[in-house]
Design a protein around this ligand. Structure first.
Ligand code: FUB
Length: 341
């Protein structure tokens, strides 16, 4: 049995080529055990990854992938779950909202998702593995009248398939969709791995309405997330500065418009403990900003966390007067303590 230590794009390709049977990092020496509301990780009964929060009607809804990798898997994620909270600290589980095979054209892999509310409906954008008609990762969009689903395929086909983006030299560049509706009502889709793609969405939210472009962004790896604060657009993402670590860190860039140009502003966090991936998401709830991410420190019933058994966490996020973001420390206390001034 071979063991993969890191999950870089190159390494994933090597793993696939070698038919590797186990991809894992060394387990942590300890795991978070505090149970106070707001302590990290915030979901402790299951392994969860790729957090995607939205606010609706006074509640935060948090969409995650359900990590279930065993010793033979790098990732095994067969469903997306949703949790909700009215205080960001006590989370109610609503169960699965969808599985990849609910898209008739998809075969597996409930990779990162994001929900966008529009005209009273909830659009679930997500990455899955397409069947042999368009091999590679693809982006689907599903819709529901409720933030807790169930979601159903809104198109009957992928919104973005691998053959629509030919610039990358690997098949998983069409992942990690994030949608932002601008002040003029136009919706924009950003996504990517290695390359950061973007395109305008049609008013119906389920078709592209314009060309797919590439945004040059320093250190970009995957997991883009967009928000706006005052007049500044923030693009937060999992990036790799090799001078820092071969594992992903959270970086951010800012722009004067949703289409850029993006100016690199720095590193928001270092790498996650015991996880190559870190996957950021931001949200404002009741006047306070938060940063979600995941790491691999949770242990459940003796099963240790790792690359394919991650745990979602949250910290306070602060915008400085000059438009920068304050560096975020990954903590166990999380938001169980009050925010700073
Ligand atoms: O969870 C599967 C993949 O790992 C996501 O799509 C990436 O963002 C990374 O977290």
């Amino acid at each position: 049995m071979r063991t993969c230590i890191k999950n870089t794009a190159l390494h994933m390709a090597i793993c696939a080529a070698l038919a590797v049977t186990a991809c894992a990092e060394a387990p942590p020496s300890g795991s978070a055990s505090a149970s106070a509301p707001g302590f990290n990780p915030i979901i402790t009964d299951r392994f969860t990854a790729d957090p995607a929060p939205i606010v609706h009607d006074g509640r935060v809804y948090l969409y995650v992938g359900h990590d279930e990798a065993g010793p033979e898997d790098m990732f095994r994620i067969t469903e997306w779950l949703v949790y909700s909270s009215d205080d960001m600290r006590n989370w109610q589980a609503h169960g699965p909202v969808m599985q990849p095979t609910d898209f008739a054209w998809a075969i597996r892999d409930a990779w990162a998702s994001e929900v966008q509310e529009h005209d009273g409906r909830f659009y679930f954008y997500t990455a899955v593995e397409h069947d042999d008609t368009h091999p590679g990762k693809a982006i689907g969009v599903a819709v529901s009248d409720s933030p807790t689903g169930p979601f159903v395929d809104a198109r009957g086909s992928a919104l973005v398939s691998n053959d629509m983006t030919t610039q990358a030299d690997h098949s998983w560049d069409d992942i990690d969709p994030t949608v932002f509706i601008d002040e003029d009502g136009a919706a924009w889709l950003y996504w990517g791995n290695g390359l950061l793609y973007y395109a305008r969405l049609a008013d119906n939210m389920i078709e592209l309405d314009g060309p797919i472009r590439i945004a040059p962004v320093l250190h970009f790896e995957e997991g883009p997330w967009l928000h706006r604060h005052d007049d500044i657009y923030y693009l937060t993402y999992a990036g790799i500065d090799p001078a820092v670590s071969p594992d992903e860190q959270i970086h951010y860039s800012t722009a004067p418009a949703i289409t850029g140009p993006w100016t690199y502003r720095g590193m928001l966090t270092g790498p996650a403990t015991n996880s190559f991936t870190i996957h950021p998401a931001t949200v404002e709830f009741e006047g306070q900003w938060y940063l979600f991410y995941h790491d691999g420190t949770l242990t459940i019933d003796g099963v240790e966390g790792g690359l394919g058994r991650r745990a979602v966490r949250v910290e306070y996020l602060y915008h400085e007067p000059d438009g920068s973001l304050r560096a975020v420390e990954q903590t166990g206390r999380g938001i169980s303590v009050p925010p700073q001034d």
